[in-house]
Design a protein around this ligand. Structure first.
Ligand code: NDP
Length: 497
């Protein structure tokens, strides 16, 4: 008889009919950000922990796996390395105006960066494996699936099947890029392949207006490619503050990305000169690479969840309660596979709180309020709290909006025409800062500190009484004295451009 654990009104209660013997206290399927964090922290609380993950091939995208998960292997980390690489092109241009004589022709060697990036990922993959073994977590290299509420099966690459029982099972299998059902979609790629292309494309077409589309558009453009970005709405980055979306669009155009708003792809055709993209406006674009950045789907298909009775939502994500517990008390899930807020630090938070709840004796719910995040475009956009549209939707009273648009000091010498834009959204009655956003160099680095202020419930008055660091762009956040506009906090329908 299995031991059941239920979280009820913040109390952990255990119905322990008879003490069952399990191979593990916890078995985790998936060693990405959430799975590694949950397993290490659970082991630190004294639990006997096993975890399974597929080994990965650094270049091939055939195998979705690798200790470290999407973030380390085919997400945040390699992407950020490419963003650094692409940003340096603009920096070199700016450097000339600062007196640097770059007489020789400046070339970009994609293969060199690709190999360095792969080496770094292999290094991090090794570090993650060591983190697990140092915590006493037993790693099984293979694909895991559920066999019952307390049983998992791991299929190793040679086909050998291993079976283990566990008091608790944690599903942390993440998500994968999905391709739209467009004729010829097989001639396009997703972000998995985009991070490891053998050749840097000279012409790229990107479909989508989300994080990945915007980030890859600027990466490839920054490396010298001609880029066409196609998205369905009027502006990219649906869900972000509309004013900041317009800033990102302006910057993309300013850096030479060809924007195609209200556009999608109807067909992709392979030709001798590359892939031909037909748009719904009848336009034809020829490219070396077509990237589908049209969202990600939870990795739940091969886990045998239905057979065990684990409930999924309409997107195929594992349904969990506020403690990350599924409808089967011994089975839990964290990270992208639950489709709550699909960000690495959120998966880490959910993994931490899972361990605390189940093995730390302190039932704890993750707090999703005021989570900062960033789009690593060039320059980046970073936000925390509410957008102006969300504040208007949620508030009953008035909303005060403060904005600042300025030429960063560095641009005065380099001559670069690109404004940094900042925004604070304030509850006019309580003076509390509800949201902050910034698009400009170092925005994510600055926003992390602003997020602490919002988490502490800072008021605009407290922002104003903070002394700035001069000269910096960040000081604008504490010197925005003049209200840009005041808007009524109710009755405005949600904008969905
Ligand atoms: P997003 O969900 O952010 O964006 C998907 C985009 O694809 C939207 O613009 C959507 O358009 C468009 N789209 C969806 N289906 C179609 C279709 N059939 N035809 C044309 N366009 C379509 O997904 P991403 O793939 O960019 O990223 C996935 C997730 O990964 C993000 O939500 C984020 O959580 C995470 N991520 C985070 C990063 C970060 O923190 N910097 C970086 C990268 C990813 P529409 O708006 O019209 O629906």
């Amino acid at each position: 008889m299995s031991r059941k654990m239920l979280v009820d009104n913040g109390e952990v209660s255990q119905t322990n009919e008879e003490e069952a013997q399990y191979d593990f206290d916890l078995f985790v399927i998936g060693a990405g950000s959430g799975g590694v964090r949950a397993s290490r922290f659970s082991a630190n609380y004294g639990a006997k922990v096993g975890i399974c993950e597929l080994p990965f091939h650094p270049i091939s995208s055939e195998v979705i796996g690798g200790v470290g998960g999407t973030c380390v292997i085919r997400g945040c980390v390699p992407k950020k390395i490419l963003v650094y690489g692409a940003s340096l092109g603009g920096e070199i241009e700016d450097a000339r105006e600062y007196g640097w004589e770059l007489n020789e022709k400046v070339d970009f060697n994609w293969k060199k960066l690709l190999h360095k990036k792969t080496a770094e990922i292999l290094r991090l993959n090794g570090i993650y494996k060591r983190l697990l073994s140092n915590a006493g977590v037993k790693l099984f290299e293979g694909e895991g699936k559920l066999v019952g509420p307390n049983e998992v099966e791991v299929t190793q690459l040679d086909g050998t099947k291993l079976s283990y029982s566990a008091k608790h099972i944690l599903i942390a299998t993440g998500s994968r890029a999905h391709r739209p059902a467009i004729p010829g979609q097989e001639f396009g790629i997703t972000s998995d392949e985009a991070l490891s292309l053998e050749e840097l494309p000279k012409r790229a077409v990107v479909l989508g207006g989300g994080y990945i589309a915007v980030e890859f558009a600027t990466i490839w453009r920054g490396m010298g490619a001609s880029v066409d970005l196609l998205f369905r709405k009027e502006l990219p980055l649906r869900g972000f503050d509309d004013e900041m979306r317009a800033v990102v669009a302006r910057n993309l155009e300013g850096r030479g990305v060809n924007l195609h708003p209200r556009t999608t792809i109807t067909e992709v055709i392979k030709t001798e000169n590359g892939v031909k993209v037909i748009t719904d406006h009848g336009e034809e674009l020829l490219a070396d690479v077509v990237l589908f950045a049209t969202g990600r789907s939870p990795n739940t298909k091969r886990l045998n969840l239905e057979a065990v009775g684990v409930e999924l939502d309409q997107t195929g994500a594992v349904k969990v309660d506020e403690y990350s517990q599924t409808n089967i008390p011994s089975i839990w899930a964290v990270g992208d596979v639950t489709n709550r807020m699909n960000l690495t630090p959120v998966a880490l938070m959910e993994g931490t709180f899972f361990a605390k709840t189940v093995f730390g004796g302190q039932p704890s719910k993750p707090d999703y309020k005021d989570i900062p995040y960033a789009v690593f475009s060039i320059p980046p956009l970073s936000v925390v709290g509410l957008s102006e549209e969300q504040a208007i939707e949620q508030a009953n009273g008035d909303i005060s909006v403060f904005t600042s648009s300025f030429n960063p000091m560095k641009n005065t010498i380099s001559g670069r025409q690109e404004k940094t834009v900042m925004k604070l959204v304030v509850d006019a009655e309580t003076n509390k800062v509800l949201g902050a956003s910034m698009c400009g160099p170092d925005a994510p680095e600055i926003m992390q500190g602003i997020a602490v202020a919002l988490k502490c419930g800072a008021t605009k008055e407290q922002f104003d009484s903070t002394v700035g660091i001069h000269p910096s762009a960040a000081e604008e956040f504490v010197t925005m004295r003049t209200e840009s506009r005041r808007v009524s906090g109710s009755g405005k329908p949600k904008t969905n451009l």
